[in-house]
Design a protein around this ligand. Structure first.
Ligand SMILES: [Zn+2]
Length: 113
C-alpha cells in the first residue's frame, strides 16, 4: 500500500520541522491531494492513524484538502472533464488537454506546539 510510504514521508517532514523549531508536539498537518494524484483519502487517513502512534504527531489532526482536476485546451482554453474521464482529450476540438492542477500531493502546512 503506497499510502503508507506517502504518510511516512509526510510524517518525516513534520518531525524534521518539529525538531527545527524545538516543538514538543505536532497539532495539525494539512495536506493537499489532487484528484488525479492516485492517492486514496481513506487509505491516507488509515495510514496516518497507524503510523502516528508513539510519535510527536500522536494527537495531531490530519486535514486533507482535495484539489479538483483542472485542465486546459491549447485551442479552446479552460476545458471540462467529466468525473472519472481520464482520457484528457478536448471534447470540442479533439486536442490533448493539459493538466493545470489535480496531480499534486503536498504538505500545505504543519502546526507545531
Ligand atoms: Zn479544444
Amino acid at each position: 500500500m503506497h499510502e503508507m510510504a506517502i504518510v511516512q514521508s509526510v510524517l518525516d517532514i513534520a518531525f524534521s520541522e518539529a525538531e527545527k523549531h524545538s516543538a514538543r508536539k505536532i497539532n495539525k498537518i494539512k495536506l493537499r491531494i489532487g484528484e488525479l494524484s492516485g492517492v486514496v483519502r481513506d487509505s491516507i487517513e488509515f495510514a496516518f492513524e497507524v503510523l502516528r502512534q508513539g510519535t510527536p504527531a500522536e494527537e495531531a489532526l490530519l486535514e486533507i484538502e482535495p484539489v479538483p482536476l483542472k485542465v486546459v485546451c491549447r485551442e479552446c482554453g479552460p476545458a471540462e472533464t467529466k468525473a472519472g474521464d481520464l482520457t484528457l482529450i478536448c471534447g470540442t476540438c479533439g486536442n490533448g488537454l493539459e493538466i493545470v492542477s489535480g496531480r499534486e500531493m503536498k504538505v500545505e502546512y504543519i502546526d507545531l506546539e
